[in-house]
Design a binder for this molecule. Structure first.
Ligand SMILES: [Zn+2]
Length: 139
């Protein structure tokens, strides 16, 4: 049985792409397929925060869509309107801590907003009676 991916989803899972170039190509193909856009619009200079909703890193696009965001690539591409964002993410150590707390929850409850601290999330887990999994490597 494959190990579950204990990770918050990014474009790599949402769109099955492995690099930014592939992500852009797939977005453009999606736009062309329905005739909404034929090239990516660079919105990377406009501030935007990434957040986590139902186990997915996303940001909010001007069109109201919530494109999938990737911290390693520093980008999110809207498949509805073609805008490319460079959302801000927490620092890597904080990001890892946020994900570690959230992956203990059912996917639909894996939510994080930029104003929430790791301690806030842990307090929510504690209040919900979520017990951290035993690390198999230490067993
Ligand atoms: Zn959009």
């Amino acid at each position: 049985m494959p190990k579950p991916t204990h990770k918050i989803s990014t474009p790599q899972q949402a769109h099955l792409v492995t690099n930014p170039s592939q992500y852009r190509s797939q977005a453009v193909a999606a736009g062309r397929a329905v005739g909404t856009f034929s090239e990516v619009t660079d919105m990377t200079a406009v501030p935007r925060s990434a957040f986590i909703n139902s186990g997915r890193w996303i940001c909010v696009c001007d069109c109201g869509n919530a494109p999938s965001a990737d911290s390693a690539w520093g980008m999110a591409l809207c498949f509805e309107c073609g805008k490319e964002w460079a959302p801000t993410f927490p620092l890597p150590t904080t990001l890892d801590a946020i994900e570690a707390v959230l992956v203990q929850r059912p996917i639909q409850n894996r939510n994080w907003l930029p104003e929430q601290t790791v301690e806030d999330l842990q307090a929510e887990n504690d209040a919900a009676g979520i017990v951290p999994p035993v690390d198999e490597d230490d067993a």
